[in-house]
Design a protein around this ligand. Structure first.
Ligand SMILES: [Zn+2]
Length: 328
């Protein structure tokens, strides 16, 4: 058995005792200027001390400072001591955990700051053909499931189209749009597809008691188009989906998810505010009273008891109405 030279401190005085440490049958024994024995399971082997030496602590806080490090390492190996391995493992676990936390932090910050910005840039840079194919696919999907041909009289639809067309857009670079009427199973609803179709349901037209309220809703949707909100949302969700795909390796889930995303579109509060501001500016520029815009949203809110995706995609109606009224 290996013996190791060490200094023994009794924990009461600072005087070192020159000793030799050896281990036999699980019992550590020191001999020399001081003598004691202790089961090795009672001992703690610590990190290096201030002067760089390993420290072995007894239950009563007396301790050894190891003088001969390599002999001590041999002794630890002989006794099957695992502490250093555990310490190494804990350190690597700690590193792995820190790495994981850093990754999560980067992803969260990226999600909050970088992703919306990147999504906006990508959405604006995407060729029109991408927007067209997404819009076409989505409208076909919705037509198969929840939309049906409009039952409004042709003349009524044409009157709304022409009235909105006569309105001057409030800002430069007004988006191209087309108003598409549909009967729906989802009640009063309006939403804009990326390539410019504004879908308006018969139920919404019937709900409004003044056409100026319909113009307000259309202006709001035109605002979403102007800011490319939906495309930004799709790009953003796809980016998240792409990360999920890399992790879980399933692309089909993302593709299948796009129509669902459209139906349950929850724009951010900022996006809604931007669309409202666009509508407010458009109403003002064309001499339409803002009270009509507010009334239109009030009516939609009154329908809130119904399961209406329009409302789920347009939260905080009270806040919006307050905002419109403050803009007068
Ligand atoms: Zn909106």
């Amino acid at each position: 058995m290996t013996s190791v030279t060490a200094s023994y401190f009794d924990g009461k005085t600072s005087r070192p005792h020159r000793v030799t440490l050896s281990v036999d049958a699980g019992i550590a024994a020191i001999t020399g200027d001081a003598e004691r024995t202790c089961a090795i399971t009672e001992l703690r082997v610590s990190e290096r001390t201030r002067n760089g030496r390993r420290k072995v602590t007894f239950p009563d806080d007396a301790y050894l400072e190891i003088s001969d490090e390599s002999a001590f390492d041999t002794l630890l190996a002989e006794t099957g001591y695992r502490d250093s391995a555990v310490v190494r493992m804990q350190q690597s676990w700690r590193k792995a955990l820190a790495g994981l936390l850093a990754t999560i932090a980067i992803l969260v910050l990226g999600y909050i700051y970088a992703l919306p910005l990147a999504s906006e840039i990508i959405a604006r840079a995407l060729p029109d053909s991408v927007e067209r194919s997404i819009s076409k696919g989505t409208l076909e999907f919705l037509d198969q499931r929840i939309l049906a041909p409009s039952q409004l009289p042709q003349a009524r639809r044409e009157a709304i189209r022409q009235r909105f067309q006569r309105m001057v857009p409030p800002r430069e670079g007004a988006p191209a749009y087309e108003i598409v009427f549909r009967k729906s199973e989802i009640g009063p609803n309006a939403f804009a597809l990326p390539s410019g179709q504004i879908i308006m349901t018969d139920e919404l037209v019937q709900l409004m008691d003044d056409d100026e309220q319909i113009l307000g809703v259309l202006a709001h949707e035109l605002g979403h188009l102007h800011e490319h909100h939906l495309m930004r949302r799709i790009v953003q969700s796809s980016a998240i989906g792409a990360v999920v795909t890399v992790i879980f390796g399933d692309v089909s889930a993302i593709i299948a998810n796009i129509p669902t995303l459209m139906l349950d579109m929850k724009y951010s509060r900022d996006a809604e505010r931007e669309a409202d501001d666009y509508a407010i500016a458009m109403m003002k520029a064309n001499g339409v009273p803002l009270s009509q815009l507010a009334s239109g949203f009030e009516k939609l809110r009154a329908k809130q008891g119904d399961v209406s995706p329009y409302l789920s995609s347009h939260p905080s109606t009270a806040e919006r109405i307050a905002h419109i009224q403050s803009a007068r």
